[in-house]
Design a protein around this ligand. Structure first.
Ligand SMILES: COc1cc(O)cc(Nc2ccc(C(=O)Nc3ccc4c(c3)C[NH2+]CC4)cc2)c1
Length: 338
């Protein structure tokens, strides 16, 4: 029996198979009927969320602000009596984790291309005062152009006192967790993210983890010791970069700014990594606004005003998916797509 609440969704989206199951959420593939564009819909049953509900609301609030080419975009948010639905950008390439497993390990060139995108996304998140706090290959998806999209901001934190104020909650995945986090000390989210990025870069280049152990106590001891294997295939520059990120003392750890122009990160590129977004929510694509105003039977100005409020309702979804069609060179007329 489909709960009546899904019918609201079913008016605008054709639901397909389930592609992901998280702790309290499930992700289903779907098609936005009006534009025929694919999306991923994260479905959360509020009755099962319990004290995880604040995490979901944190993620939603973050997703409404974060707008970056390497962050999986929120397309629409719906809340009914028992469910929260997050309509998200479609990332058909699946998880970076599976991509590394398939290829055993990645070349320096490919690792560098991915790592530059990760630096850009994390730098953008930090510049907005957030920390992701769960950076790992499972939370990086590939889109149809093999670009990386950072997902799952359920653990992200925006400390009240800004990025310099300390966080307490110990969270994230143990193998990627920074020493100060596992030792229960107060820590800076941004510094903990840099450590996780070091573990991530090691996983890209090596195909296994720097700190690993079935026994969680042994794992923590290894992380606090900061000693890890340096496989023979690692170049000196990559060893130095990993070392600068996997510094047990967070104050000795490289900063995101230094990362953007680090020699290893710059090799083969002539520009440092830019952490700002290539998108700007103040400007709308006029063709899409016109198409929608004609389809909805309202004036272009009225439609533009409504869209600039970024309510993440059905209109925001139609606009963003029309824009996606336009970027892929597909027709954006809403009349003949239906
Ligand atoms: C901010 O973005 C988020 C936040 C969040 O909490 C969860 C997600 N999760 C997603 C999970 C999967 C996909 C996705 O598109 N996966 C996908 C799509 C198509 C196919 C696959 C995966 C796998 N191979 C078959 C084709 C998108 C978001 C995002």
């Amino acid at each position: 029996m489909i709960p009546y609440e899904f019918s609201l969704l079913e008016e605008h989206y054709e639901m397909h198979e389930t592609i992901g199951r998280g702790g309290f959420a499930k992700v289903k593939l779907a098609t936005h009927v009006l534009t025929d564009e694919k999306v991923a819909i994260k479905i959360m049953d509020k009755r099962k969320l319990g004290d995880d509900l604040p995490r979901v609301l944190t993620e939603l609030a973050a997703m409404k602000i974060l707008d970056h080419q390497n962050i999986c975009r929120l397309i629409q948010a719906l809340e009914t009596e028992n469910y929260i639905f997050m309509v998200l950008e479609y990332c058909p390439g699946g998880e970076l984790f599976d991509y590394i497993v398939e290829k055993d390990r990645l070349s320096e060139v490919e690792s560098r291309s991915f790592f530059r995108q990760i630096i850009s996304a994390v730098g953008y998140v930090h510049n907005l005062g957030y920390a992701h706090r769960d950076l790992k290959p499972e939370n990086l998806l590939l889109d149809e152009e093999q670009k990386l999209k950072l997902i799952d901001f359920g653990l992200c934190a925006k400390p009240v006192g800004g990025m310099d104020s300390k966080l307490e909650t110990c969270c994230g995945s143990p193998a990627y967790a920074a020493p100060e986090l596992v030792s229960g000390k107060a820590y800076l989210g941004s510094e903990a993210d840099i450590w996780s990025m070091g573990v991530l870069l090691y996983a890209l280049l090596c195909g296994f983890l720097p700190f690993d152990d079935e026994n969680i106590g042994h794992l923590y001891r290894k992380i606090l010791g900061g000693h890890y294997q340096q496989p023979k295939w690692l170049s000196d520059d990559s060893k130095k970069l990993i070392r600068s990120m996997l510094q047990v003392d967070p104050k000795r750890r490289i900063s995101i700014k230094e990362l953007c122009c680090h020699p290893w990160v710059m090799e083969g590129y002539d520009t440092p990594v830019l952490c700002d977004t290539q998108k700007d929510r103040k400007f709308l694509d006029e063709d899409c606004v016109k198409e929608m105003s004609a389809f909805r039977g309202v004036s272009v100005n009225k439609m533009r005003e409504a869209l600039l409020q970024w309510k993440f309702d059905f209109d925001t979804a139609t606009y963003l998916l029309l824009l996606q069609r336009k970027k892929r060179g597909l027709p954006i007329s809403l009349f003949n797509v239906v």
